[in-house]
Design a protein around this ligand. Structure first.
Ligand code: HEM
Length: 350
């Protein structure tokens, strides 16, 4: 095993670095894939290739923008699938942490189902329920990859989470579920043609009359639930900040920074939602709305995973034992760098 220098002497290099890096790279690739899916949807390219997996029976279809948007989405999905296969193989080599290969295997299983769903979406002509399931499944795959990346952190820098971190993680998980439900509602609104039932903000300026049609209900539910979800994210960040203040800021930086990032993202998300309504979704605002929703989901899942990490990883210190700080932790208000040996890693906030 290679050696790397570390404070206090020579320590073996982080053993699961490869798994972590691959998990992070695959997460980013999956987020790109989701945005590409948004481009397919926003440009109505979903049926540009009516067969599957090739396009009109060809692997290199003619130079047509819609065809290539749909086809490149499929090709990139193949790359993501292969990356997840590699992740399973690599995680299996680190099966002393069973979570790694188990979760990677779950992600792989979901990708296979996702490919089947993608085929069904095309072959059954973009049925709304299938398109929404395709979106939801992609977010669950992202969540699996994020958890793998966190579980593969260097055990010396990942002590068991403190009670403060667990509380932030619990709130993050609750808000993530709200964002997931809101995303599924949005997928249904798009899939069922409810996106532009009302074309103004605020709603009463719209020239559409209320008829009680289910599409109007869907549209309004997504819109107003969006404001409520945004409010929930703000409350979540304020709670995290208050808890950190009560501990005089002696908490890991991520417990404040990730909730703050979530607030920024949700405000941008509401902005794109309003732009969608006002512009009847230009291609760009449609793609941006889906992209930011996926980032928001990722940030919340990341916060939940960070706060629930356990010291079951071989070599991980417990909160009582000193450990090396991570980049997220070391950027905190207590300042960068390693603490003097013997000093507790951080104060546990109850
Ligand atoms: C936390 C807040 C929100 C989240 C997570 C969210 C998420 C989503 C998602 C995932 C979609 C499906 C996009 C696609 O499949 O391509 C969508 C569609 C949509 N959302 Fe939201 N949304 C939020 C708030 C809002 C708000 C506040 C509004 C309006 C004021 C809005 C208006 C729309 C519209 C009009 C569509 C249809 C877009 C299209 O068909 O291209 N959203 N949303």
């Amino acid at each position: 095993m290679s050696e790397a220098s570390a404070p206090g002497g020579m320590l073996p290099a982080d053993p699961r670095r490869g798994v972590r890096r691959l998990a992070v790279a695959t997460t980013v690739a999956t987020l790109v894939l989701i945005s590409m899916g948004g481009a397919v949807r926003a440009t109505d390219s979903g049926l540009a290739c009516p067969d599957w997996p090739a396009c009109y029976g060809q692997w290199i279809p003619p130079a047509d923008l819609n065809m290539w948007l749909e086809h490149s989405h499929r090709l990139w999905a193949g790359v993501v699938g292969l990356a997840i296969v590699a992740l399973v193989v690599l995680s299996w080599r680190h099966r002393d942490v069973p979570r790694l290969w188990r979760l990677s295997a779950v992600a792989l299983g979901l990708v296979v189902i996702q490919a089947g769903l993608g085929a069904a979406v095309v072959l059954l002509h973009l049925r709304a329920g299938l398109v929404t399931s395709h979106l939801g499944m992609s977010w669950i795959i992202v969540a699996c990859l994020v958890v793998v990346a966190i579980a593969a952190r260097d055990p010396r820098s990942a002590p068991e989470a403190s009670s403060h971190e667990r509380l932030v993680a619990r709130d993050s998980a609750v808000v993530a579920v709200l964002v997931l439900l809101q995303g599924l509602l949005g997928g249904q609104a798009t899939g069922r043609g409810a996106a532009y039932v009302y074309n103004a903000v605020p709603i009463w300026l719209s020239d559409q009359q209320w008829t009680g049609h289910s599409r109007e209900v869907l549209h309004l539910t997504h819109r107003f639930a969006g404001y409520l979800v945004a409010a929930a994210v703000v409350v979540y960040a304020v709670r995290a900040l208050r808890r950190a203040r009560r501990a005089d800021g002696r908490v890991p930086a991520w417990t404040m920074r990730l909730p703050q990032l979530a607030v920024v993202l949700v405000l941008i998300q509401v902005g794109f939602g309003i732009t969608n309504v006002l512009t009847r979704a230009t291609v760009w605002s449609g793609i941006a709305h889906l992209t930011v929703a996926s980032w928001l989901w990722t940030v919340l899942v990341l916060a939940a995973a960070l706060g629930w990490r356990r010291a079951r990883v071989p070599g991980a210190p417990t909160p009582e034992t000193p450990g090396t700080q991570t980049s997220l932790d070391s950027a905190g208000p207590t300042g960068p760098g390693t603490r003097p040996s013997g000093e507790p890693e951080r104060e546990v906030v109850r």
